[in-house]
Design a protein around this ligand. Structure first.
Ligand code: SAM
Length: 339
């Protein structure tokens, strides 16, 4: 009986017509002129125990995610309209997400003397990005996460790949990074911002630890930008977002325009953003197929309630993308000063 109730959302999503239909998302071209957004509102007080809940979620779900899918806990990047069947290599698509992000931010290539040598990975998960960037650039990478399980596993994976002297992971808060000012020439954050209760502090901490001329890359789930005539999202959109928040321990959604406005207010330069919602369309349906496999179901049933709750919300997430209220965005900028 319990299995049936858990399976229901999977079955619903697999039968949902046009999982590919998140197509109404706008272009993935660089967009220096994001739609104007109201000045960033004061950050809401974080819910009690938010950090602990996020840590517990990732302590619980990271092992099953790694066994089932990948050591990267983020979306893959696909060509728009790509038919990514179950045979598609979704881990490869995750690596492409990293490459597309670096290209979008115009990070110098490894043979360029200006290539990054000191990198911080904010919200590092199992360190998938950390290890990739360390190998690509021969760089030192420090990762931070709220999850002790992730930090330990990230360090073990780095050791297994012979990267212990380049890559470290530790438990620390993105809003109080344990690093000196101006330490990193690349500040990287892949799918962490959505968990953070104070976006202004989040970006200003990234700017603080960035070296003069250092690049900042934020890839995050956002809500759609408001139209100039709007002061808030529609009630049905807010309702979807609220239910997703509850499952994933997101404090409150923001738009890409809000990130852009924060970056502007901090005098950051070369601010660019793009909506990549169309490029991640196949990812969640692919995850659902994996979860419906025998390995997926057994992993899920032995994982824990927080993981199960997160999986049950995937159909809602897909619905949010289809409705155009959930967006997948990249925001990049540079700290003023010498590159
Ligand atoms: C979806 S995972 C992404 C992991 C990783 N960036 C990747 O792409 O594989 C979200 C990560 O953000 C981290 N996180 C959330 N809030 C954080 C905070 N306030 N400080 C540090 N890390 C945080 C979580 O611990 C988790 O590692």
């Amino acid at each position: 009986m319990r299995r049936c109730s858990i399976l229901l959302p999977f079955i619903l999503v697999l039968h949902e017509p046009g999982s590919q239909a998140v197509r109404r998302a706008s272009s993935s071209m660089a967009d220096d002129e994001a739609a104007p957004a109201p000045a960033p509102a004061p950050a809401p007080a974080p819910a009690a125990g938010l950090k602990e809940s996020i840590a517990a979620l990732y302590d619980e779900c990271s092992g099953p995610w790694e066994r089932l899918l990948s050591d990267h806990i983020h979306h893959g990047f696909y060509d728009v309209g790509e038919d990514a069947s179950s045979n598609a290599d979704h881990r490869q698509a995750q690596l492409r997400m990293i490459e597309e992000s670096l290209a979008f931010a115009a990070v110098p290539s490894p043979d360029d003397p200006k290539a990054p040598k000191n990198i911080v990975d904010v919200g590092c998960g199992l360190g998938g990005s950390s290890r990739y960037l360390a190998k690509k650039y021969g760089a030192q990478v420090k990762g931070i996460t709220l999850s002790p399980v992730q930090a330990e596993r990230g360090n073990a994976l780095a050791a297994a790949e012979g990267l212990s002297n380049q890559v470290t992971a530790q438990v620390a808060d993105a809003l109080q990074q344990p690093f000196c000012d101006g330490q990193f020439d690349l500040v990287w954050s892949m799918e962490c911002g959505e968990h953070v209760p104070d976006r202004r502090k989040f970006v200003s901490e990234m700017a603080r630890v960035a070296a003069p001329g250092g690049r900042i890359i934020i890839v995050a789930w956002c809500h759609r930008n408001l139209e100039p005539s709007e002061t808030s999202l529609k009630p049905d959109e807010l309702s979807i977002l609220k239910r997703i928040c509850n499952a994933y321990y997101f404090p409150e959604w923001c738009s890409a325009s809000e990130y852009v406005n924060i970056a502007k207010s901090l005098s950051l330069e070369d601010i660019k953003t793009a909506d990549w919602s169309e490029n991640i369309v196949p990812f969640w349906p692919a995850c659902m197929k994996l979860l419906l496999s025998w390995k997926g179901l057994t992993s899920l049933l032995t994982s824990g309630w927080k993981t199960i709750k997160g999986v049950m919300v995937i159909p809602l997430l897909i619905q949010g993308y289809k409705k155009g209220v959930v967006k997948f965005a990249i925001i990049t900028c540079r700290k003023p000063g010498a590159a």
